[in-house]
Design a protein around this ligand. Structure first.
Ligand code: UD1
Length: 421
């Protein structure tokens, strides 16, 4: 297994072009299932999650070619089993979002229940309730959910909780339903808007994506499209924190600043200067980080996917910060690892109280999930001495060649391949 070794102390300096957004790419890959033609995706990030989704599409009968430009031809799907098996769903929960498209287009699908994951229980009850409202017959057996419907019909549905994946799944299903669907209390994340944009390009009639109510007029068929994936606000945010804590200066080319308001606001509260330029976002790290309180919320609130990285910022701030997680239970696995690096943190329920220290110290640490891993890399950038991060496969799920990209900005970081654990 690979590991990443960081020697702390270098400033991040220079320019970096932000990659395509993982969470947009994965869902647009799923959307290709709604068409019988060829969909071409550009600026696709080279991530293991994207490859896992391509493998799932292939098992479903799609022809998938390319990498950064990905061509998906869904013509053969109807002959296949329309099934997302356990071995793929367990490695990547986003696999469950093939459910809506397969049900809508082929009238049947069988998807493994995802089960628990490292950041909490993460049920899919809202996905299923929404699809049931559209007319799906649902049966659970042997760890799988079987869904069937002659043709889905439009319906009014109110989500009990704001869910990104649930909104995307039900929205995709409704595009081919007969009649009008009105979804309320939906997620407003940019990746939901992006998916709606692509579906509309395919011929769907969706209004309201980006607000809390989405209306969909069902159509009979959708066609393949050519689409460039929007840049990743979380990758941009992660590098911005790296620039901030190292007192660096980085221009994040193509950063999707319109989707980063809460994040930029919190960086500014911490004393980080953020300048929106025509080419992207320029970030100047201050001499002294100010403490900052953060509460994760659905978009446009502060993203849970930046919570771990912000804790590193707070761990070297001058004073006391509080970080509260309201989206996922059990999303503090990075805390004990950061404590081993000298961070002063105390967990109290869903809040972590952080007292800034002058310097973290390098240690051998273990990555536990995607964003937790990113926080350990960031901590390594400001720690004294060497930090060794193990289990970096988590990192590779969501950050493309992070060590090369950070090295390009001046970090002293390398990947050691095949390290024995
Ligand atoms: C998506 C993102 C993930 C991000 C998260 C929050 C993808 C592939 N993943 O995950 O990276 O961290 O949004 O921005 O885009 N819930 C239910 N019932 C459901 C569905 C969700 O109770 O049927 C709960 C979850 O347990 C969680 C909350 O709703 O507490 C939000 O989950 P959700 O928005 O669905 O997250 P994902 O779509 O899985």
């Amino acid at each position: 297994m690979d590991k990443i070794v960081v020697h702390g102390g270098a400033r991040l300096e220079g320019e970096l072009r932000v990659n395509g957004a993982k969470n947009a790419a994965l869902l647009i890959q799923c959307a290709a299932l709604l068409t019988s033609g060829k969909t071409t995706l550009r600026h696709v990030p080279q991530l293991s999650d994207v490859r896992t989704m391509s493998r799932l599409l292939e098992r479903l009968g799609c022809a998938v070619e390319g990498d950064r430009t990905l061509a998906i031809d869904a013509a053969g799907v109807g002959d296949g089993p329309c099934e997302a098996p356990y071995d793929l769903v367990k490695t990547m929960r986003a696999s469950v979002t093939v459910m809506g498209p397969l049900l809508a287009r082929y009238g049947r699908t069988k998807v493994s229940l995802p089960g628990g994951c490292a950041i909490g229980a993460r049920p899919i009850d809202q996905h299923l309730k929404g699809l049931e409202a559209l007319g799906a017959n649902i049966e659970l057996s042997h760890g799988y959910v079987n869904l069937e419907a002659e043709r889905l019909h439009g319906a009014a549905f109110v989500f009990d909780t704001v869910t990104v994946g649930g909104t995307q799944n039900v929205m995709m299903a409704a595009t081919l339903a007969k009649g009008t669907t009105r979804l309320e209390n939906v997620a407003r994340e940019p990746e939901v808007q992006e998916l709606a944009t692509v579906l509309n390009k395919m011929g769907a009639q969706i209004r309201g994506a980006g607000t809390s109510v989405i209306e969909i007029e069902g159509v009979d068929e959708l066609v393949g499209v050519d689409h460039a994936i929007l840049p990743d606000r979380i990758e941009a945010g992660t590098i911005a924190v790296g620039a901030a804590i190292t007192g660096g200066e980085v221009l994040l080319l193509d950063a999707p600043v319109d989707h980063m308001h809460s994040l930029i606001g919190k960086l500014e509260d911490a004393g980080v200067q953020c300048v929106v330029e025509p080419e992207g976002l320029r970030v100047y790290g201050p001499d002294q980080i100010e403490p900052v309180d953060v509460v994760t919320r659905p978009h446009p609130g502060f993203p849970t996917d930046m919570q771990a990285q912000f804790m590193v910022l707070a761990s070297v701030a001058k004073g006391r910060s509080m970080v509260t997680e309201t989206i996922f239970e059990n999303r503090f696995m990075h805390v004990p690892e950061l404590q081993r690096m000298g961070a002063d943190m105390h967990i109290s329920g869903n809040t972590v109280v952080i007292r800034g220290v002058d310097r973290l110290s390098g240690a051998t640490v273990m990555a536990t999930d995607l964003r937790a891993s990113a926080s350990l890399v960031l901590a390594g950038l400001v720690a004294e001495g060497e930090t060794e991060i193990r289990r970096v496969y988590h990192l590779d799920r969501g950050y493309e060649s992070i060590e090369e990209r950070l090295r390009g900005l001046g970090a002293n970081i390398e990947r050691v391949s095949g390290a024995r654990m």
